[in-house]
Design a protein around this ligand. Structure first.
Ligand code: SIN
Length: 274
């Protein structure tokens, strides 16, 4: 159901019952009032990813928007812009050999304190394609059997960035983060439980023999891909997506080669998952 927040003069249009909402009535290049910040935070907590249209953000606007929600994180895998290290470019064109986020993942779950959220703004999009899929890890967890929930309780998994970023770095001395996090985490704000494993970073469930870990992870990844847990976002130039990394995964679809898709992302710092 559409929700109008007269205090903040924004409207929240849910896109599915489980995940995703489009927000109307706001210009994000302007500083947020306290009422608007609260309304956006509420919408993010409820819908897990929120979308905006027709926005034009300078790098400083983009960082100010992120800072309204917390400290900005520096990407542990790739370098930011020379004058704005907190901003990473997301770009693909006819020379690209890969694109960021092509497989299902949660941003930088390899970090000791993975980011709370990411804000991606695209200024150039292909005529067709280039959508991003988002999946609710609350919905994925809720749909597990009670037996499976009990089995996963107390397990941790290793999230390693080495195999993700080593192939795309020119610096052989660079070290990438590797950390263990609970397979099921509790969201620090909503207190809801959600799955916290993804096929990009996770190499093993720590307490299990490798074949058993591989089998359980395979089951969980297939389970998480259920379209009932997902929303698919069709970008336009000037669209923004703001997702909560603590309870979602996403995948960028590269179905538009050799066309150009281009924008910038800031990442809001988070806490150690528990
Ligand atoms: C990312 O994983 O941050 C990239 C998402 C996208 O390009 O849609």
């Amino acid at each position: 159901m559409m929700l109008t927040r007269p205090d903040a003069s924004i409207t929240v249009h849910p896109l599915t019952r489980r995940i995703g909402a489009e927000i109307h009535g706001i210009d994000l290049s302007q500083p947020l009032t306290a009422a608007r910040l609260e309304a956006l935070h509420d919408a993010l907590m409820r819908h897990q990813v929120i979308f905006f249209r027709d926005q034009t953000l300078s790098h400083d606007d983009h960082k100010r928007l992120g800072l309204a929600f917390g400290r900005l994180a520096i990407h542990s895998g790739v370098a930011g812009l020379p004058d704005h290290p907190e901003i990473v470019a997301i770009h693909a064109d006819a020379n690209s050999k890969f694109v960021a986020g092509e497989t299902w993942h949660t941003d930088l779950s390899c970090d000791a304190e993975p980011p709370m959220g990411s804000i991606l703004s695209l200024h150039r999009v292909p005529e067709n394609g280039g959508d991003t899929m988002f999946a609710s890890m609350y919905a994925a967890y809720d749909a597990l059997s009670p037996r499976m929930k009990t089995y996963l309780e107390g397990l941790t998994a290793t999230h390693d960035a080495e195999h993700v970023y080593r192939p795309i770095t020119n610096d052989p001395t660079k070290r990438f983060p590797c950390n263990s996090h609970p397979v099921v985490r509790t969201h620090p704000i909503t207190r809801r439980r959600c799955l916290y494993v993804n096929s990009s970073y996770v190499t093993k469930i720590d307490q299990l023999p490798k074949p058993e870990s591989d089998a359980i992870l395979h089951f969980l990844y297939v389970h998480c891909m259920n379209p009932n847990f997902q929303v698919r976002f069709r970008w336009e130039a000037g669209s923004i997506a703001f997702w909560d990394n603590r309870c979602t995964q996403h995948q960028a679809i590269w179905d538009y080669f050799p066309d150009v898709r281009s924008g910038y992302r800031v990442t809001v710092a988070g806490d150690r998952p528990v």
